[in-house]
Design a protein around this ligand. Sequence first.
Ligand SMILES: C[S@@+](CC[C@H](N)C(=O)[O-])C[C@H]1O[C@@H](n2cnc3c(N)ncnc32)[C@H](O)[C@@H]1O
Length: 337
Amino acid sequence: MRLHSAAGGGSPWGMDDSTPKNASPNAPQPSPGAVVTPLGQTIYLAADGFLDDLVAELGKVASVDGRLVFVDGPARPAAWAQNIWYDPVRIEFASIKGGAKALRGIQRNWALWSQRHHRRAALIQENLPHVSAKPVVFPSPLPTAPLGSWTLTDESTIIAAARCSSPFRNGEVTFVENRTVPPNRAYLKLWEALTLFGEQPGPGDRCLDLGACPGGWTWVLHELGASVVSVDKAPLDPAIAALPRVEIRQESAFGLKPAAVGPVDWLCCDVICYPTRLLRLVKEWMDSGLAKRFICTLKFQAETDHETARAFAAIPGGRVIHLHHNKHELTWMWPAQ
Ligand SMILES: C[S@@+](CC[C@H](N)C(=O)[O-])C[C@H]1O[C@@H](n2cnc3c(N)ncnc32)[C@H](O)[C@@H]1O
């Protein structure tokens, strides 16, 4: 099943340097009453609770305002950013209606990131077209409508970006949850990863789920029609273990040789281990050529291992991201090459 991310909403798969939608000469222009100035910066919205990690990852930053990190120059990949605001502008405006008109003049859809003057910001947002915030029913394709982000820095100044890395409001992906079948909430991480991946396992695909217990990820993969080899030292939840296309291997993921498993279309790994150990496992599988795609969680203890996160990010063709459903973790995704 291919659920494709269309152009125009900003690419969640790496940096999007496509031409902005409002670059056409026929595109609406901001309100004549407002003064619009490019910042010459990129703004990174830190994942909730991970501002320090984002700042450490970015290095030299120009300023920090709440969870917004301003960095001079063009955008670069930033795993700890929940959303990246490309080519932001400052809009000086006089009234609520004037602020909303200025935003509407740039494009239709806007998500408010409210840090201060919440009432005034909400009133401006009310004067903008409604943007649905409905939870996503999995599986669904990525939204394709361009979605900008904006915030108020003072009563008469908006900072806004017409294009952002995430097609979801402030990078927050929420789902219509299944509260009855999956044995835990870890399935939401895989739902989010697969939604952003833009491609999903389906019937005929063979998946390897490392660190599968109690079985949330195995359940997701099986629900999509794939067969799953589930590996964990601990036993799976009995209801998941009883699913027809689930093969159980109760052993260590690190002792399992790729040749002993054979080719897999998807290698998913949520094992609790040091990221360095995960990197060695991933390299072994990549060298074997037996895994087509990877979705792996890098789990950190008290300290974030930025060096290993960088080593994952450096693997060509992949991407490291902090999912909305990740805790002190990052997710590395590598599509078929
Ligand atoms: C966060 S849980 C995985 C949750 C799972 N993805 C789900 O959706 O239910 C981490 C799992 O890693 C497993 N684990 C830890 N060390 C392991 C190893 N060496 N080999 C296999 N599994 C391991 C633990 O037993 C635990 O079940």
